[in-house]
Design a protein around this ligand. Structure first.
Ligand code: NAP
Length: 301
């Protein structure tokens, strides 16, 4: 069964229920041809939405992805491209960045989006996110950047990442159209958005958050401190007939009523194939709470 397609917000866009994240693309050391094969395989599974950022791979991932896409430009029509801007990192390609900082100026947002379009060899981005809230963010100026990109058709939808609910509301208050998502860290290892109002806001606004590092960036498997969590996940995997503890984690994330969209971080197609099966796994309420308890080391009050 291919991955389900869902509306991220009532006004769109429509994304695949699981998303392929390309932050680690350069670590995968794929040739353009190999990457093309990987893209075609996850498209076959129904994962049509991809997540990037201008800075990924020291500003190298978007261009590497675009190189693969140039081998088969028709694939663009099957993909929804999400990318981000707003973090400025020192790099050989950006000698003017003397230190890591945030930049949400109109000129920066527009220049970054246009650079992303060139990298992907496309005329439109499906969704542009502001990567992190800028302490110097001027919501009116950001809205002007969004309006310009929307009017020219270069960006279809806008959203944010790692924003608090009040930062989200501030930016939203300056826009005539809805922000469609908040992309946040969300996993049993990091449950902050369950209690800080972020997921409540998503549910209230009928928008689906995008969930990054559902496996804690791999720490779920490597850190001794997570042994009790691994044991509980393994026990529940047996109970629900899941093939791996990752499947249980993705099911745990997707069970939240705001219906988060997990972003997968693996470049291994076997792991991606495993992950998509998570859509078929239903946890009971008490299994969900057992995972929460195992991760936090305590019961609810
Ligand atoms: N908005 C933001 O601020 C933000 C921040 C971080 C990430 N993101 C997005 O979220 C995406 C996913 O984040 P992530 O890469 O941290 O996700 P993740 O799924 O938590 O971690 C992926 C890492 O876990 C490893 N892994 C997966 N299954 C494993 C297993 N069974 N055993 C051992 N290791 C395993 C992967 O290695 P293999 O490659 O070997 O499978 C990879 O190194 C990123 O690509 C990016 O698009 C957004």
């Amino acid at each position: 069964m291919p991955v389900t397609r869902v509306l991220v917000s009532p006004e769109g866009p429509q994304f695949s229920r699981l998303i392929l994240g390309y932050w680690r693309l350069l670590e995968w050391r794929m040739s353009p041809q190999e990457l093309l094969g990987f893209i075609e395989q996850h498209l076959e599974l129904g994962i049509t939405t991809i997540d990037h950022a201008d800075i990924y791979g020291s500003y190298g991932c978007e261009a590497a992805f675009g190189q693969a896409l140039r081998l088969k430009p028709s694939l663009r029509e099957q993909l929804q491209i999400v990318t981000k801007c707003g973090i400025a990192l020192p790099s050989t390609t950006h000698p003017d960045h003397r230190l890591p900082h945030y930049n949400s100026e109109k000129t920066h947002i527009i220049a970054s989006a246009e650079q992303s379009l060139r990298h992907f060899n496309t005329d439109r981005l499906d969704l542009l996110l502001i990567h992190r809230p800028d302490y110097l963010m001027d919501a009116d100026e950001m809205a002007k950047a969004f309006n310009s990109l929307k009017k020219s058709g270069k960006v279809r939808h806008f959203g944010v990442s790692n924003f608090t609910p009040s930062q989200f509301e501030l930016l939203q208050s300056r826009l005539d159209y809805p922000l469609v998502t908040n992309q946040v860290e969300l996993s049993p290892l990091n449950q902050n958005t369950l209690t800080d109002g972020t997921l409540d806001q998503c549910q209230r606004r009928h928008l689906k958050p995008m969930a990054w590092s559902c496996l804690g960036g791999g720490r779920l498997f490597s850190e001794q401190a997570y042994q009790p969590l691994r044991d509980e996940l393994a026990q529940i995997a047996l109970e629900v007939d899941a093939a791996s503890i990752e499947q249980v984690v993705y099911a745990w994330v997707m069970m939240l009523p705001s219906q988060p969209l997990p972003i997968l971080g693996s470049g291994k197609i076997a792991r991606v194939k495993q992950a998509v099966q998570a859509e078929n796994i239903q946890l009971s309420r008490q299994q969900w709470y057992r995972i929460r308890r195992a991760a936090l080391g305590r019961d609810v009050d």
